[in-house]
Design a protein around this ligand. Sequence first.
Ligand SMILES: Cc1cc2nc3c(=O)[nH]c(=O)nc-3n(C[C@H](O)[C@H](O)[C@H](O)COP(=O)(O)OP(=O)(O)OC[C@H]3O[C@@H](n4cnc5c(N)ncnc54)[C@H](O)[C@@H]3O)c2cc1C
Length: 487
Amino acid sequence: MAVAAEPRHLRFAVIGAGMAGILSAIKLTEAGYTDFTVYEKADRPGGTWRENTYPGLACDVPSHLYSYSFALTPDWTHRYSPGPEIQTYFERVARDHDLDAHARFGDEVTRCAFADGRWHLTTASGHHDEVDVVVAATGVLHHPHVPALEGLDDFDGAAFHSSRWDHDVAIDGARVGVVGTGSTAVQIVGAIVDEVAHLSLFQRTAQWIMPQENPAYSAEERAEFRDDPTQLRGLHEKLCEQFDVFANAIVHADSPEMQLVERLCREHLEDAVHDPVLRERLRPSYRAACKRLVVSGRFYDAIQRPNAELVTEPIERIEARGVRTRDGALHELDVLVLATGFQAHAFMRPLEVVGRDGHTLTDEWKQRPSAYLSISIPHFPNFFMLNGPNGPVGNFSLIDVAELQFGYVLQLVDRLRAGECREVSPTEEATAALEAERTEAAKGTIWMTGCRSWYLDDRGVPAVWPFSFDRFRAEMAGPDLAAYDLR
Ligand SMILES: Cc1cc2nc3c(=O)[nH]c(=O)nc-3n(C[C@H](O)[C@H](O)[C@H](O)COP(=O)(O)OP(=O)(O)OC[C@H]3O[C@@H](n4cnc5c(N)ncnc54)[C@H](O)[C@@H]3O)c2cc1C
């Protein structure tokens, strides 16, 4: 009688304990993989929602969609719940699944090198680990982008990036400047205008703003969700369907849905901004959703308050007393907030990764980051990313994206466990072919209709998923093994 081979024992390292790292720990455990460590450089889980604590922070997709499908909660207070509530949610889910049992907090992974069929990890504290599989859940919007503003160090007031909000600095009654006009700046302006003495918003590029209502869920509604989980699941599924429509439309610049988005944004600007001169200064010169779509029901009202000022003159330099614009005006400030976004193309870097035969991530990504289906890289066996390069970052709830990606990764990992192969990585040919198709498809998307945005790579090609979300789901349903080098 043939004896079935023992499944291969696999040890994992998950890098990062944000939304995707917590997800990985839960799903690994569920699949029976219990030998893993989650490395997190901060002192607790949460990632984005731990780091960003600025006033007005909220989800810009509905909370009942921005939830793990396996941990829906009846407790969201608003349709788009505030940041601290989202952080509490992630911490609770992590606790409920005993993340601490596997987590190593306060230790940054600095190097991963593949040798003798395993990954050798080194951390900032000098700790070493040897694992079979690495899951890099290191985030997309993680490394702050601080613009090279001349004289920034000369500023006498407090200056900080929006993701490093200094809560020791009082803004109450202060003269506050905000640099940037993306989602973060818009949220901050709406939240602080009533508190500050004067607010100057330094706008380089105007943004289209989708009107957004943010009703609270009543105690009765929350009780109903609690008592009837099918209603809760029904809401999650309904929101998924609605977002599918948007996600499928955004990749077709001339779709009726995109035209509707544009009309709503235009009408919002016309209806909400009364002064025709201010309205024109707030009117973008490109199409709505070309940059990541900003949603707000408060911004236009806030920027029209008597204590608010829109500054469209370019910043010349920062001085001790404030911001000097190119027209020579000095905008005197006590606090300067840099809502200037993130290095969205850094991904796991500065982590040093050395794959098979000495291939380094530094070399592979010298031109620009790329990956097969955003998940894996040729010559880097058994190394998987969540929310990696060119993924559907502008299209959908990133939780759903990470869940689909992890389901896909698990199918490859299961092959390692079953002994079908010891190493799996995508072929160069499959990666190059998909990248060529992706680049071509990107030309038809709204992101390429004439604006500058963090979506664009060094060639001006959107570094995101340009196909429908249906295709993304289909790709994630199961790996095409012909695209892989299995050894
Ligand atoms: C202000 C803001 C608002 C957002 N709003 C939305 C929204 O409304 N909807 C939406 O879908 N998405 C939103 N996003 C995107 C958001 O980043 C994702 O939804 C999600 O939180 C990403 O989770 P993640 O785990 O992939 O990455 P992150 O949350 O960035 O977590 C990565 C973790 O990895 C850790 N890490 C990184 N490198 C290392 C290392 N070498 N060693 C150890 N630890 C490491 C980091 O410390 C961090 O904790 C928003 C992002 C920002 C910045």
